[in-house]
Every structure is written in structure tokens, then in C-alpha cells.
Design a protein around this ligand. Structure first.
Ligand SMILES: [Zn+2]
Ligand SMILES: [Zn+2]
Length: 278
């Protein structure tokens, strides 16, 4: 549960968010088959769905009570090599509160919650896990199966020795793309674990420091898409022929299309992880 304060800019009932996405997927599927759908018809159906999936269906809902989290990623160490503390855990569960938090480490973003586990010790599961009534639509991921791929990232040029950083920038200029190193070589776009970080677009790169004084490291990155025209070198081979829509299967949006990165303290999993948006 999340007991922080919420100030949602775009909150909707979770039931409506799911119904709307299902409707839009079905509309797209029909249109791809050549069927024409009308703007008015689609608009009216969405209006009906909004009425059918109102939060009024939950008369006991208390918006001031702690709000249930939703699952974001479940990662088995056998599928995702390199996760920390492999001697103690074999499963990492990542949840977040899918709402805007004015008082969070990174304000107006979802708030992460981690569970480090040994899968064999999870014996009892809830038949009906608590679910939020109201969410920010941007923070509700589509249900996805993870097909992780190991890639190698490289440090930000500001963390490299100056002569090497200089040579990289010279090389990038020759590619006719000054961001060639960041976009094509150093930082994998999209959802990922570990790695060197990301392309700091809206703020300058800076170390993420734990309360204990240790520098925290990237653990999990939530992104507003997987790849695009600028980061095509990272496109999975099996998705070479797909269009832009398929590069965003999760359909989460962070800020104005940014990335939210969660860090962990290498000293202890009990030190709260910090976040940064860029
Ligand atoms: Zn919350
Ligand atoms: Zn620490």
C-alpha cells in the first residue's frame, strides 16, 4: 500500500483504463483488416465505457486511505543475469503506486516498492490481490511477457577520462550525429535493469548518493517506449519489420515521454532506492 499524498493530474478509474485500451486495440485490429470505424461511433462507445466503469461502482472507495500498488515487473535471476545479491535471492518483484506523488523523491511520478525474494519461499498467494480504484492512466503498464536480452552499455562521456571522451566526441561528429555515442552505443533505450544509466536529456548527469554515502547504481528503468527512429540500433532483430506502435508495448508514459530510473545501494538492499527522471 502507498500512504503518500496523491495529486493526480490525469486520474481515471482503473476499470475504465483497461476497458478503453481493450476497445482501442480492437478498433485498431478491425481497421487493419480494412473495416472503417467512425469517429462519432468510437467517441460514443468510449463515453459509454466511461459511464459503465465509473469509480461510483466502488461505494466503499476512500481516496484518503492508503492505495494499493500494482505489479510492474517480476524478474527471475535465471532470466536476468547480473541482478544484485544472487547468493540470497532468485526473484525480484517491482511494484509501484500508479499515481502522481508531489512529495516523492522524484515528484509527480509513480513510487517504486521492491520485494527481493527466494521463489521457493513464496507459498501462499492472495486469490484476490488488492487493486487500486483510481490510477494515472500513464502509469498502468500493459500485461507483457518479458523477453530479456543482455546488452553492453558504456559510461556517460562525463564519467570517462577526458582524452577518451574527446575522441568519442570526434568520432560522433564524423557520424553526422553528435548524439551517436549516447543513442547508438552507450545507452539502451526502453525498459531495462542494471546498466550504466541513460540519456540525461532534461538535467545534467549527476551521481545518485545514498543516505549512507555510497553511490547508488541503476537497478531498473521504466521508459516511455522501447526504441524509436533515433535509437534504431537497439531494435531487437525479431522486431525489425514492425512499426512505431510496436516499439511501445508497455504503454507507460513518464513525464513528457521521459525515463524514470530506480537506483539501488550496493551496500544494502534495505537502504531505500532513489529515483531520477531524465
Ligand atoms: Zn502512491
Ligand atoms: Zn546505502
Amino acid at each position: 500500500m502507498c500512504a503518500l499524498e496523491h495529486e493526480d493530474l490525469n486520474d481515471e478509474p482503473l476499470d475504465y483504463i483497461r476497458a478503453e485500451r481493450e476497445f482501442l486495440r480492437e478498433r485498431d485490429r478491425r481497421e487493419e483488416l480494412g473495416e472503417k470505424t467512425s469517429y462519432e461511433g468510437n467517441r460514443d462507445r468510449l463515453h459509454e465505457l466511461r459511464l459503465e466503469n465509473s469509480s461510483d461502482n466502488y461505494p466503499d472507495y476512500d481516496e484518503d486511505a492508503p492505495q494499493p500498488l500494482i505489479p510492474v515487473a517480476q524478474l527471475y535471476y535465471r532470466d536476468v543475469p547480473g541482478l544484485p545479491w544472487a547468493d540470497r535471492y532468485d526473484l525480484l518483484q517491482i511494484l509501484w503506486c500508479p499515481r502522481d506523488h508531489p512529495d516523492a523523491d522524484t515528484p509527480f511520478n509513480p513510487v517504486f516498492e521492491l520485494r527481493w525474494r527466494r521463489a521457493e519461499q513464496v507459498t501462499a498467494t492472495l486469490s484476490e490481490p488488492p487493486r487500486p480504484v483510481i490510477c494515472a492512466s500513464e502509469y498502468v503498464p500493459n500485461v507483457c511477457v518479458v523477453h530479456p536480452e543482455s546488452v553492453t552499455e558504456y559510461p556517460n562521456t562525463s564519467d570517462l577520462p577526458e582524452p577518451l571522451a574527446h575522441r568519442i566526441l570526434e568520432w560522433a561528429e564524423k557520424q553526422d550525429l553528435s548524439a551517436a555515442y549516447n543513442w547508438n552505443v552507450a545507452f539502451a533505450p526502453g525498459w531495462k535493469v542494471m546498466g550504466h544509466g541513460g540519456i540525461w536529456g532534461i538535467i545534467d548527469p549527476h551521481p545518485i548518493v545514498c543516505d549512507c554515502g555510497a553511490e547508488q547504481l541503476p537497478l531498473f528503468t521504466a521508459a516511455s517506449g522501447e526504441f524509436d527512429g533515433g535509437t534504431r540500433s537497439w531494435r531487437p532483430i525479431e522486431e525489425a519489420g514492425t512499426g512505431y506502435r510496436h516499439s511501445d508495448p508497455v504503454e507507460v508514459v513518464i513525464g513528457r515521454g521521459y525515463t524514470l530510473q530506480l537506483y539501488y545501494c550496493p551496500e544494502s538492499e534495505h537502504h531505500p532506492g532513489r529515483t531520477e527522471m531524465f
